[in-house]
Design a protein around this ligand. Structure first.
Ligand SMILES: [Zn+2]
Length: 453
């Protein structure tokens, strides 16, 4: 049966797998693991994989798995795909995954010699073909489009089969660094009128977060960060290391007289992002030296960063941090809570003990906080005793499209049918006044049902 099937994600955020079938061939989009804290997942990860690959090579042939981006709820089950099925992801996204996998594999091998290697599954992935061009998979034509999301190098897909045109959004938004000026023109130029829109709807069930947050865009975040960093001498920022738009905003918001600090892993991730995006966006350019915190002041950790030079001044972009200097001058330090089970206290927590009065900028989902929807024990511990207005400010924008952005996308593409996914607010899609006449075009079905062409 030719059509679209969502295996999981019709009625939950994350843990996504979607299939587009033509005859006995298909492509899959994402193989996502359930997000930690998902209450009553529609299907367990194991059961999901069993169903997805039940007839593989027999009644169905998978021509490709296309990953939208590197978040675990989209790539987490990549290792479960049978050998031989080609897998694709963005080239920059792949580099970032490799940087993470190298460290995770090292740590896992220390804990257990036979731990499965993350790098092996990443090695199987190929980067997407030439931007803006399409590729045919047994009659299913796919054109990947780079889009704005909290993961850098994320993709939407225009898919054509049986004379129909589908836009599959993946996770997206229009209020980050790449999206704020280009979203509308990209949709007009590369998408236009479509038959079916498959759209994420994460924010539909998080409306209160948008309404209460004065920070609507990454640009707003950068402006407020400049004020906070100017006011406080010791700034510690809790931000996801791969939320590159926010990381680059914090970097550019660091005042000239203060030191910008992060650890070697974060510096390598920034280096990958700067290399691939500085041509396109000012906020992805080098501004000032990035000082790297190395455990025990060991320069070994600088080995991948030493050779990187500013193309204009030819000076080194990364230098090893000196504690005496940054504590004296004032700083902005990107930090992460400790999640290494072998360490009782994290390196950043150790460093904070030496500070007089650190001010925390909390730039992650508020749901991870003590009173949030899915409290994260590591974050809660990190913030203990500092979780008040005098010591912390929440400064975060969503990685996902606001209701207004989804409405704008509907208007720009005028689809005959709209399939919501990656949402806990499927029912709300038909009631939202922002969606106007489009609310009547929503196809609201359960996981596993096929939308036929
Ligand atoms: Zn995502």
């Amino acid at each position: 049966m030719d059509g679209i099937k969502i295996y999981r994600g019709s009625d939950q955020i994350g843990g996504i797998v979607t299939e587009i079938t033509k005859g006995d061939h298909r492509i899959l989009i994402d193989l996502g693991a359930d997000l930690p804290g998902t209450k009553n997942p529609a299907l367990s990860d194991d059961e999901l994989i069993k169903r997805v690959f039940a007839g593989e090579g027999d009644t169905i042939h998978t021509d490709a798995v296309l990953f939208t981006h590197y978040h675990g709820d989209h790539v987490g089950l990549r290792g479960k795909a049978p050998e031989g099925i080609p897998m694709y992801i963005g080239g920059t996204a792949k580099e970032i995954m490799e940087t993470i996998a190298m460290r995770v594999d090292l740590l896992n091998k220390k804990l257990c010699k036979n731990a499965p290697s993350q790098m092996e599954t990443i090695n199987r992935m190929e980067p997407y073909w030439k931007l803006g061009s399409s590729r045919d998979f047994s009659g299913i034509k796919v054109t990947p489009l780079v889009c704005d999301h909290s993961a850098i190098d994320s993709y939407m897909f225009v898919i054509e089969l049986n004379g129909k045109k589908i836009l599959y959004t993946g996770d997206f938004r229009d209020h980050g660094i790449p999206g704020q000026d280009t979203f509308e023109s990209m949709i007009k130029r590369y998408v236009g009128k479509i038959d079916v829109l498959v759209t994420e709807g994460t924010m539909i069930s998080r409306l209160e977060e948008t309404g209460n947050n004065p920070i609507k865009s990454e640009d707003d975040l950068g402006k407020r960060a400049s004020e906070i960093f100017a006011e406080h001498k010791e700034n510690v920022v809790l931000v996801s290391s791969t939320n590159l738009d926010s990381v680059m905003e914090f970097y550019h918001a660091t005042p000239a007289d203060k030191v910008f600090l992060c650890d070697a892993y974060q510096a390598e991730v920034m280096n990958i992002a700067i290399k691939s995006r500085s041509r396109f966006f000012d906020k992805y350019r080098y501004k000032k030296c990035i000082y790297v915190l190395c455990p025990d002041n060991n320069s070994f950790y600088m080995k991948n960063l030493e050779g990187v030079r500013n193309p204009v001044t030819k000076r080194r972009c990364f230098e090893m941090a000196n504690e005496d200097i940054y504590l004296d001058k004032g700083f902005v330090m990107l930090a992460r809570p400790n999640n290494n089970p072998n360490m009782a206290v994290g390196r950043f927590e150790e460093r904070m003990k030496k500070m007089k009065d650190p001010f925390i900028t909390y730039s992650m989902w508020t749901g991870y906080l003590e009173d949030g929807k899915a409290p994260d024990a590591n974050i809660v511990r990190f913030l203990e005793g500092k979780n008040d207005k005098a010591h912390m400010e929440i400064l975060h924008t969503s990685g996902h499209a606001y209701v207004e952005t989804i409405a704008k996308l509907m208007e720009l593409t005028n689809p005959d049918k709209i399939i919501p996914m990656h949402t806990e607010g499927r029912d709300a899609f038909t009631n939202l006044p922002q969606f106007g006449e489009y609310a009547n075009r929503i196809w609201k079905k359960e996981d596993g049902q096929v939308y036929e062409f």
